[in-house]
Structure formats: C-alpha cells, structure tokens
Ligand binder design. Sequence first.
Ligand SMILES: [Zn+2]
Ligand SMILES: [Zn+2]
Ligand SMILES: [Zn+2]
Ligand SMILES: [Zn+2]
Ligand SMILES: [Zn+2]
Ligand SMILES: [Zn+2]
Ligand SMILES: [Zn+2]
Length: 1766
Amino acid sequence: MYWLLMFTTCCSCWQTVKNNPNHSHNIRKWLQSTDLTREVYQHLAHYVPKIYCRGPNPFPQREDMLAQLVLLGPMEWYICGEDPAFGFPKLEQANKPSHLCGRVFKVGEPTYSCRDCAVDPTCVLCMECFLGSIHRDHRYRMTTSGGGGFCDCGDTEAWKEGPYCEKHKLNTSEIEEEEDPLIHLPEDVITRTYNIFAIMFHYAVEILTWEKESELPADLEMVEKPDTYYCMLFNDEVHTYEQVIYTLQKAVNCTQKEAIGFATTVDRDGRRSVRYGDFPYCEQAKSVIVRNTSRQTKPLKVQVMHSSIVAHQNFGLKLLSWLGSIIGYSDGLRRILCQVGLQEGPDGENSSLVDRLMLSDSKLWKGARSVYHQLFMSSLLMDLKYKKLFAVRFAKNYQQLQRDFMEDDHERAVSATALSVQFFTAPTLARMLITEENLLTIIIKTFMDHLRHRDAQGRFQFERYTALQAFKFRRVQSLILDLKYVLISKPTEWSDDLRQKFLEGFDAFLELLKCMQGMDPVTRQVGQHIEMEPEWEAAFTLQMKLTHVISMMQDWCALDEKVLIEAYKKCLAVLMQCHGGFTDGEQPVTLSICGHSVETIRYCVSQKKVSIHLPVTRLLAGLHVLLSKSEVAYKFPELLPLSELSPPMLIEYPLRCLVLCAQVHAGMWRRNGFSLVNQIYYYHNVKCRREMFDKDIIMLQTGVSMMDPNHFLMIMLSRFELYQIFSTPDYGKRLSSETTHKDVVQQNNTLIEEMLYLIIMLVGERFSPGVGQVNATDEIKREIIHQLSIKPMAHSELVKSLPEDENKETGMESVIEAVAHFKTFFPPPPPRKPGLTGRGMYELKPECAKEFNLYFYHFSRAEQSKAEEAQRKLKRQNREDTALPPPILPPFCPLFASLVNILQSDVMLYIIRTILHWAVEHNGCAWSEAMLQRVLHLIGMALQEEKQHLENVMEEHVVTFTFAQKISKPGEAPNNSSSILAMLETLQNAPYLEVHKDMIRWILKTFNAIKKMRESSSTSSVAETEGTITEESSRDKDKAERKRKAEIARLRREKVMAQMSEMQRNFIDENKDLFQQTVAEEASNSAVLDNSPMVSDTTLTALGPAQTQVPKQRQFVTCILCQEEQEVKVESKAMVLAAFVQRSTVLSKNRNKVIQDPEKYDPLFMHPDLSCGTHTGSCGHVMHAHCWQRYFDSVQAKEQRRQQRLRLHTSYDVENGEFLCPLCECLSNTVIPLLLPPRNIFNNRLNFSDQPNLTQWIRTISQQTKALQILRKEERIPNIASSKNSENMDELQLPEGFRPDFHPKNPYSDSIKEMLTTFGTATYKVGLKVHPNEEDPRVPIMCWGSCAYTIQSIERILSDEDKPLFGPLPCRLDDCLRSLTRFAAAHWTVALLSVVQGHFCKLFASLVPNDNYGDLPCILDIDMFHLLVGLVLAFPALQCQDFSGISLGTGDLHIFHLVTMAHIIQILLTSCTEENEMDQETPAGEEELAVLALYKTLRQHTGSALKEIPSGWHLWRRVRTGIMPFLKCSALFFHYLNGVPSPPEIQVSGTSHFEHLCNYLSLPNNLICLFQENSEITKLLIESWCQHNEVKRYLEGERDAISYPRESNKLIDLPEDYSSLINQASNFSCPKSGGDKSRAPTLCLVCGTLLCSQSYCCQTELEGEDVGACTAHTYSCGSGVGIFLRVRECQVLFLAGKTKGCFYSPPYLDDYGETDQGLRRGNPLHLCKERFKKIQKLWHQHSITEEIGHAQEANQTLVGIDWQHL
Ligand SMILES: [Zn+2]
Ligand SMILES: [Zn+2]
Ligand SMILES: [Zn+2]
Ligand SMILES: [Zn+2]
Ligand SMILES: [Zn+2]
Ligand SMILES: [Zn+2]
Ligand SMILES: [Zn+2]
C-alpha cells in the first residue's frame, strides 16, 4: 500500500521515507472518499499496532516519530490541503489570537494572586503575566501550583482592575464581542478539519474508554492478530510503594531497581506494563500480584491486555495531545474541536464525546485523565462560547461525577470533578448555572446524599464510622468547596429567577443545617469516668468547613431585602421544627424574685442532653442582625414574622450551650474526658467562633432585647442552676455556719462568676454591625486593639488571631496603621524596606489603651490575665491609677436598644446588691474577688451607659436610664440592706480589697459626675454637693499618701537591685576559673609578655636561629569534670580538649574529586585544589584525660542500655566515638592533648654557632636522606644484606655527625603519649574513612594535614571578614589552633621513627631532586602550605639523629625558605596572563627588577613556553598578592608552634601587612632575594622543577593548574525575589524518570545543583544503604555535609552523614521581617543578605554538624526523621 509499504517491509528504511515524504496518494484517496471514516479506521487498524507496543519495553521516542510520520502527518496534510509546514503558519497568521493567557500550570510552578484586585483567591496569574501586569505593585500573594488550573490573565471577570498584562493587552484592541473565529478560516479547511476532528476525536474516546481486554472494536480488528499480551499494572492510592515494589519482585522476577522503576511509572502515569508475552505468561504474573496484595485491602488492579489494544490506547493519548497542539494554530480550529466535542451523539442525552469522557473519568488511568483534562483546558475552557455549554454539561453530570469520585480512590487533582473551579468561580457562569441548572440545590443535595448515617432524629451521626466511611467523608468535603466557589462572587443584581433558585438552594441548605442541629449531644457523666472518648472531630470538621459557606449565605441574603425576609421566614420555620416538642411533657416551673415572676421549663444542663451544634439557631441570629442593619425592619415591620418569635424559645439552646461551657470551666464535667474539652476549645476558637460562640451571644442579645430583662435574668439564673442561691436570702450566712462541701462552694462561685461575665458580654459586645452602630472596620480595629493589649505581635501572629474571610483576608491592613506602630527589633540599618533585616512587631498606640475592655469576649482565660497584667503595668509606668474601667461603647442599633435596661433591672440590682453584701460581710466562702471584680465592672458599665445617655440627650427628652439613682436607694424588704452606693463606700476602705480600690474610686467619681450632670439640668441639693467635696478632699490626701509610699517602695527596690548586682559580680569572680579558664590563661599569657622588655622594642621573629626567645610560661588549667587544677607539663597527667574532627570540602576547588579507594589512598601530598581536607574544631573545654575516659565510658554504657530497651536514636553516634562536651553539649568525637611548645623540649640540646646557609644545608640533608634510604633498603631485603652488607656499608659514607642508630627518648608521660595516639588515630580514621589502625604509616600525615587544613580554613575566614590575622580570636579557636599545632608537632614521638623519616625524605624529594623517587607530583600539583607543615613537623625525626650542630631552628628556616621559593615559582608559572596589562607609572623598583630577572630565567628553563611579560611591576604585584595567604598561614603556624607573640601591627586590621609578615617570618622584604642569595642552587632547583613532564604539559596548554591566590568559596548567589527560585525549580524535572516534575526540588547551596529529593526515583545506594538524592549529593559535594534549600518549602536543610539533619530558617523574609517556612502565608519574599551570610559563616566555620547537634538536642523529634531519605 503506497509508500508506507516500504516502511513496513523494511523498518530501517524509514529514514529514507522521512526524507522523501509523499502524502499525495493517501490524501487524494481520503479527499475523494465517500466513507472517510472507514478509510481512516482501516489505516489506523493497519499501522497503529505496527508502530506502538512492539515489545516488552516502551520506546516512546521512536514510536512518536513514526506516528508523526505515518499517522499524524497525513492528517495534517489533509487539514491544510498542502504541506502543513506552509499550511499551519498561514492559519496562524490569519488567526486573531485570544486575549486569554490560559497557560496551564505545572506542578510547583509559582502563581500570583492580587489581594487588591482578584475577585477571589482562585484567580491567579502565571509569572510572565504577573510581571507584566499592574498587580506587581499591589499587595499580592504567591503560591506554588499543585498542577492543573491555568492563568486567568485576560479574564475580565476575574479581576476588579487590570485584567490584562502588557502582552495580552495587545490582543484586546481588535476583538469585537462574540466574533465568530471561523470567519478567519477558508471554507474547505473548515469542512476537512471538521471531518478529521470528528473521526479522530471519536476514535480516541472510543479506544480510551474501551473496556474489553482482548478484543478490539470491530472496525479496528486486524486480519492477522499476533499472540502477544501485556500484564498491565494500575495505580491505586491504597498500596504503598514498598508493597508494590516487593510484590513486583516476586511476581515478575525483576530486580529491586526495575521494580522501583515500574512503581514510579505506575505512580506517575497511572499504569505500566510489567510483563510482555503470551496470555498464560501474563496471566501467571497477574495472579501472583493479585494474590500478594489482597490480604488486608482490595488487590492491586492488574489486567492482561492484548498488545493491539494497548497500542491503540497509546496512540489515542498521542492523538489527544496532537489535537491540543493543532488547535493552538488557530482559534477557528479550536472552535471546530469544541463543536465536535459537544455535539450530541446518536444516543441522545449525555452522548457527546465530552460527556462520554467525563462520565468514564473514574475508570480511566491517571495518565489518560490528565491528557484529556489538558485538552479540555486548552480547548473548551479557552473558547468563551463553548465554556458556557461545557459548564452546562458539567452541571448536568455533576451528581454522577461526584458519585464516581466517591468510588474512585485517586486524588481530587486528577479527577474531572476538580474542573468545577473553572466554572463555579466565574461569576456569570455560576449565576447562569444557579438559575438554569439549579446548581446550588444540586450541590447541597448531592452532599446530603453522601452522608447517609443518621440518628433517630435524622441528625448526622459520625459515631461509629468505618475507615471507608471516614474516607468518603473526607472526599465529600470537596463538595463544600464547590459550594464555596459558587457563592464566592456575590450577585450585583437580582432577577426573579435568581431569587427563586437561590431560595430553593437556601431551603436545601437549611435541610443540611437541620441535620446538624443538636448533633453529637453530650450528657454529664457522674460517678465513673467516661469509658471511651466519644467521636467529635467529624462534626467539628463539618462545622469548620461550612463556616465560610454559612457566612456567605448570609452575605447573599443581605444583598436583597426580599431574599432576606424570605430567608428569615424559612429559617424561623425550620427552627420551629427543630424545637418541636420543646415544652412537651413536663410541668413548667414558676420563678420569682423581687416581685417579678416567670414560667419556664424544667431543664438542667447538668442532667440532660445538651449539644454544642446549633447551626439553625445561629443562622437565624445572623439573619436577625442583617435585618437590624437594613431599613426594612423599621419601614415595613409588618413584613417580618416578628410576632411569631418566642424569645424564651430563641434563647433556650444558646443559653444551654453557654451554661455548658461555664459548667465545664467550673469542673463539673471532668469525668467526660478530653473530647468535651476539645469541643469547647473549638467553640471559642478563631476558626469557628464567628458562626458558633459569637452567634450564640447575638441570639441571647436578640432574646433579651425582646423580653422583660427580669424574666431573662431569672431564666438565666435557673439555667445556671443558681436560682436557689439567689432566692435564698441568707445563703451567705448559711454557708459560714454550715460545713458545706468545699467543692460545691467553689463550683457555685465559678458559676456566678461565669454568669456575671455573660451579662457583661451581652451588654458590652456591640461591635458587630447590626448589633451596635458600628461598621466592619470598627470591629476589626477592636479585635486588633485587644490582641495587642496582651503584647506586641509579629504580623503573622496577629493574622493568626483574627478570623479570615473566604478570601483569606482579615481586613487587618486597612486599620492597623490607625491602632499600632510597626517596630523593628533587630540591627538598625534601614534597608530597602522597613523590617527587612529583622523581625518586626506591631505595638499598640498608647491612645488606644482607653478602648481596652478587660472582659473582651474573644480573650481566652490565659489571654485575659496576661492582658490585665500588661495593662496594669502600663498604667503604673505612666503613674496612673490602676483601675481598668469599662470603655465607652457605641450605641446599640434600634432593634437591640432595649437591651441596656438589663443593667438597671430589679433582678440585676438585686444580684449586685447580694454579692456586694457578701463582700461587705466578708465571711470568706460565699464570694470571690473575681465575682466582685465583675460586679464592679457591671456597675461601671451601667454608669458609663447613663453618662452617655445624658451627654447625647436631646432637649426635652427624659433619660430613662436611671441607674445612679437606683443604686443610691437602700434595698427593699425583706433585707432592708444599705444602698449599693453605701456598700461601695464601705468596701473602699476594706483592707482586703487593696487591688480593687482604684476601681471603686473610679466608680464613685463617675457616680458624682453623673449626679452633677443631672443636677445641672434640675435643681441641686446642697447636702450632696458637700458630700462630694469631702470625698474629693479625702481623695487628695489619699493621693499624697500613695505617692509617698510609692517613693519609699522605689528606694527600697533600688537598694535591693544594687545588692543583687553586687552578688552577681561576686558569683562571676568566684566561678570564673570554672567556666572560663581559657580567658584566664590568655590573660596570664599577655601579662608575661607585657612585662618582658624584649617584646616591646625589638622586632619579633617567629622562627629560625634568630627566633625571639620567649620566657617559659607555666600554664594552669582546671578540669571541667573534677574541678581540679593542674599545670600543663611534659611529665604530668594529660589534659585534653574536647574536639570534633570532620572531613571538609569547604576550601575545595574541585568538587568532582572523591577518594576512590581509601585503603590505598596516599595523602602525603595535598593537591592545591584542596579537594578533601580534614578539619579539627573544639569548644575549648579542658578535661583530664582519665576524667574524659571515664565520662565517655559511662556515655557508652548508657547508650547500650538504651538501645537494648528501645531502638532510639540520639543526636550523636556513640559507636563512632561521638559524645557531647559535658559542659556545653557541643558535638565532639575525640580529644586533643594540651602541650607546651614542643620545639623548646628538643632545642636546648646544643649550642649553636656557625649554622650552614641554604645551599650547604640542602646538601647535608640530601646526604642524610640518601643514607637513610640505603639503610632502609637493607632492612627491607635482609638476605641480600647479609652477603653484601660490608660492601654497602663502604659505599655508604655517613655524613659527619649523623647517627642513624640513635633513638631519642620520648620525653612525654605515658598518659600524654596515649592521648597523642588517640587523637592521631581519630584524625586518621575520620579523615580517610577507614578503620582505626594506630600503626598505619599514614597516621602522622593525617595529623599534619589536619593542622595545615584547619589553619588554612581559619586564615580564609579572617581574610573574608577583613579581620586582622592576630586580632582577638575567640578563645575556643585560639585554644584549638594552639593545641592542634603543638600536638601535630609532637606526634612524631609516638610514631615509628623510620616512618616519619621516610615521609620527610619523600616530601623533601619533591623539591630537591632525588633519583630514588620516580613518581613524585610536580610543583604545580602540591599545596605548598601542606608541604611546609609536613616538612617542618617531620624534620625533628631526622634532626634528632644529627649531632653535627645544625639546630632545629636552622632547619625550620631553610625549609620555610625553600618552600617559599617553590611557591613563588608556582605563582609565576600559573599567574593568569589574560588580564589587561596596565602600564606602570613609577620607575621600576628593586623588587620589580629582581622578579623580572627571575621570570626571564624561568622562561629560559621552560623553553619560552611562558608568555613574555615586560613589566616587573605586574609580576611583583602578582607574587605579592598570590603569596599572602601562604605567608599568613605560615605566620599562624609558626606562632602557635613556637609561641612567639605576634607583632602588634598584625593584631589590628589595616593595609597589607606584607612587610610585617616578612619580618616576623624571617623573610627578606624582597622575596626574590631568596633566589639571588642562593643563586647556585636555585638554578638547579628551577631547572629540575621545570623539567617535570606535567609542567611541560601545562605550559603547552594540555592541562590546567590552580592559580594563586585561591579565591574563597562562597555559597551560590541566590535571587533577590524568591519567586524566581520557585520558577526555576518548577522547570526542573527529575533526572531519572524522564521529564517528570520533581516533587521536592532541592537546591544545593554549595554548588547550585538542583536535586530531586525525598523521592524513590532518585534514591541511590550508598555504602549498602538506599539514600535520597540529597544525602547522596552530600557525599560527593560536601564529603558528608550538605546545605540545601528546599524550594517548595522555603526551608534550609542541613545534613551531616546519613542520620543527622535539621531544618534551619531560610534567608528569605517578607516585608514584615518574617520567614515563611512551608510557604503557607504566601507573602512576597525577598533575600535577606544578613541571614544568608550567617548560613555561609556557619559553613566556613565548619559548624554545620555542630548546629545540627544543637538543634537535635533541643528538639528530639528531629532525631527520629529519616534524614537519609531526603
Ligand atoms: Zn499567563
Ligand atoms: Zn497575560
Ligand atoms: Zn492588583
Ligand atoms: Zn578531672
Ligand atoms: Zn564544651
Ligand atoms: Zn552541591
Ligand atoms: Zn527523581
């Protein structure tokens, strides 16, 4: 068949075919065909199985290439009618592109929402659009997408302002509304496209939804069918990765690695074939898998499918993606596809292709779903006309889709139901769906359908939920989300249709609430404690999820009076239904106090069922407030069913609920367990209170305002079970006489307190718009004032304490400026934005303090007492009285206005009088201070109220609020007690009420003020005025007295403070030694130096024969364990420092290098890339060696016991020798012995005179090393030696004074020797990662290396921070370097002499040629400082056998000079020549001429391969800068080695210390003199160095070399704006699973590599264990230590080894100076340089491991995390 046959006959020829495409035959046939469908199907039937699924493993690239060529290509030709390479661009050009962005988000991609302009939070922009929009300067929020969803740029409904970004704005100018995009397409293209789309879309849908396993649709069936099958494994969310991997290994005999691969693909794509072959072969694998996974749960889904079906399905998917890309060329093509998709099929309703796909959604595998969802998004959702039609289809199928979703176990993100957000949040679509499809009712009804479990009264019951039901309950909650979407944008105008449909939905909603009213009732448990904690969470979850929906329902009602009234009526009716049987059965009781009486039902909260869930009541309360706010209640009261309201019924249930809280607080419900405590907590919690607690208060306020307050108070007393107490006149007296149970008295007191508190709230809480005459801003302001009255708060803390609306807004920003100052409490320099460096806090403005209400209803008890304390303290600071009177309140709205009368009602006055009476009689048990405080507050409120009334009174009006008058009257019969006022005056002087005096005084003052106001309007009585005067004068006197007392108190306080600080000083003095011995030592050192005349005037020299002699110092230290003091001496017991040795790559210049085989690795020469060093650190704490050993043994023993008991981790690894410093808990793994300067011990042996110069010395040493080599050779080959011994001895002429048979005596005590070995072995073990072996010849090398590396790293830190070399180092660093250097210098005494000599010879030979060594590195490949340290520290092993009179000092000096010369040559060879040369301005100096001469010599020796440089000035400059780090390190080294104090000039920072350093190090200032002075030998040396093969290769450009100075390593540069990091990470795909997005992209801050962390796909094996990508990376990049940024979480991760890790706060802050770990708040984040530097410093100081240790000690949960899997 045409050209295609060629391909099928010869697969390899397809390349030729590709180069010569000839579709014409094919196309012509199709064009002329009468039955195009049949033709195309035949084509597909023939080729699809030949291209796809040809073997066990997929080969997607090849398949796609062939499919494009053979299958899709012809269709593209067909559509265009010409070569698509021309056709499509033509279409593209003619297209008027959409003004919608529509970019579909990838998982993890950043999205932006504007808090000012977005209609709701689901409106988001992609990064590109955001940056080009006006919103970038607004208050925006940033999140990472969970995948799915698209950019809303261009959607005018989504944005209040600025709907287009700059890019998409361009397209808007030309669009005309509703223009048909098809007019831009040629007629024939339309027809052909329509044909082919219809066929292909139909084909794809048919094959993807095909359910048979071995049979194809008839028109695709083949003639010859191969006998091959796949065993296809499907994804589910039930089985874990481990289960799947384990099962697969068993079922299909694959390796673990392959199994992981299968499992990863199954998880990502939803299915994967795990076996290919004939039917029985696949069937067998299937049965194993099913058998293995069916034990606890339902088995994994496996199908054996014929290969041709799989082939067609794969092509079907390809086809859908292809359609998606084709319609991208033209909006017209897109329109055609939409038409095809939504066209009703032959089967009528629900038979369009789109319907068919949606309805089989839950049966499709994950990969197929996401492909078709994407196609929908790029087609139907991008075409506004079809989006509407699609929305209708979606709504019609809604119930079925949700039902399928319930059965399905996949996440919602891959379900078709997740598309709801696309329609429901678009305001016009949502409204259309409500009116036309009755969407509200459908959603609510569907929701109710899925919650079938009810109790006898028809209420929801979650009590005995099975796991499956609980799972469904979680899924069904997504319906609430849909409901929220629909309601989120409120209608601007109402049609009758909308009203009707909304109210219908409201009905359904009431049905739902009715099922919640009274659910989960509780009964007080008496006697025994409750056996099983009842389930409560499900009910509260439901309540919490519905909270916003309930609020939004009310918001909708508020928009239209007709709707509001109807809704109010409906709600009331439902409430009546709920209350059916309310008064049934029992006889009512009559209550009477003060001549008032009321009937009520018998009901005791403490005896009967009570429920916290009252959503219907609360909804009515909400609607009532809305009525109160609107004018309809006053204009047309007849429209309202007010007459039907029965106030006692309205208040009953909320009152019960509040009484329940009071009783729980009084401890009456202790036996009901935590379930109840939790419920009460959430009832008041910020997440629920708006639709629970707050509404209960409002309902009671509603009730009180509609009934006689006396009646209300009596009912309330009865519900609180306090009626008896207040109706028994002598309750107080009886208590004192009788011995009543103490608990009961306490209980009653608490209940009375709670009841008074409730009355305070009912009167005082009028800040909801509609209750009081306030607006929404006033409400938020008040919340914030009260939060900040507790303490200043950070932004996020404050946000958390405020309720959020459905848009996640608190409204805080709009008012915060008015009530608070923002203060930054961290380093002052003001950067770009305030608070960017440190944490900022909001602090309450002082003038707002007067609005503080001690009994603010949202305070928890703890907050209340904290706030009270804070406010009193503030008042004392301001020298005011400490009364906290009630604030002035806004007036009530008219509907609630009568509520204030409760304060002056008879029963209220009676209650007040009774309590004051108890207080006056002061008989102990009947009253409490808290009770009195509340009564005083109530009196204060009443007085404030009256004052307000008087101030605002209109002319001629009479103020009916006469509280002042009532309290001055004496009580009525039968008590005949004194007036409230009189009792207050009595209490004012009661000694036991000191705290409340100020408040009582304030009340009396206010009372007088009111009296005056009244008098000014009426006649005044003289007597009363006099009374006022006396009161006033006594008050003045009292004030003076108080002032005097305060002064005395202040003086006393100051005296005490002085005493305290004196004691503190003494304490420090006494204990100084204990904690800071190092400080003492330091001080004593400098004391000695200061007294020494040598130091002050002569120049100081650190080494050589001219070394400055330092007087011997005695050093005393104290053991932190036994507190014993001891002198550091050669022969005494060892003292040690706790130390931590670790491998390090901090200085590395080559992170790719790893030690391959540590057993064979030779560390003698350090490469100048410093790729892997060994760092030693210490906390500086000193112990006796034996004390430490005892301590360590006990730690070890404890750890073993602990591990036997339970397998617990610790922050340190005892098996690896780790322990925590007993004093500071710093992580340590060995100890360093403290030593005196070791050179002094050996140096006083000889008298020096006539020391050799460099040339002579080199000769002598060469002879000595040669002699040693011969001797060693003999020792190694003893049998030859026996015969030739004498001969060799003749040949060997021992240099003069050299005695190789001499073995010096080790001067150290056994204990010190042991510690030398201990530390040496530890360095070796850690540095090389090998098993400890104290005899390994590499031990001394590792000791020297660690000394050199540690000095180098400290030199880098000092340089980077611009600190002087010998400035004040922290004690611990100073101690560590000193001990480390001295230790390294003394270590040779415990090593084999021959070994150390061998090392010396080899090191020496690298600079001075020696025939015996063939394979030494060239000088370009040696780090000279490491070489110097090695040579100097190994030298004593040679020198101790030399009796010719050459001193150690001479040797040190010559070694130093020799190495320095080599380093200079190294610098000259490697100095980069690319740099722009500038001409020198000054005439050439001595140094410049010298260096130029040297360079010329060098060029001669290298055969002029070096570039010619005419300017000595540049050369000299390069040498100087290149050699500085080396000189600095050397200065540190010799300083600590020989103990010579540093010259004062280098102790301060300033200009280059080059000259001072040279003097100190005994070097000529003109370094080149070293060569000139020893010209004879230097020529030879330079020649030999340049001869090296590697040097030649370098000069010929065949290899690289390190140049000097080496730059310091830095952590990578991070972008200023965090979102660009997120964006970068979202483009990152897992390197192992073919283009799949990584779930936890993690950035290595050291090298910048992005890793796919915390994921199976990227696990690798490391030392026999599976580890995650991060852990694996630390081993190559940081030799075990890693610093990462988890991009999705915005969290820094520290890792060390496999078991240690911690999280660290990220260097990104929002504008409030706060971090956002987990990106929960979404505020824009910016880089904080200070914080990032802090992290870098931790790294440079090698403190990461220590930081982890501290974090883990502080937080034990960190220990349990499997860090190695990250
Ligand atoms: Zn966009
Ligand atoms: Zn845009
Ligand atoms: Zn905006
Ligand atoms: Zn000790
Ligand atoms: Zn310590
Ligand atoms: Zn790295
Ligand atoms: Zn991965």
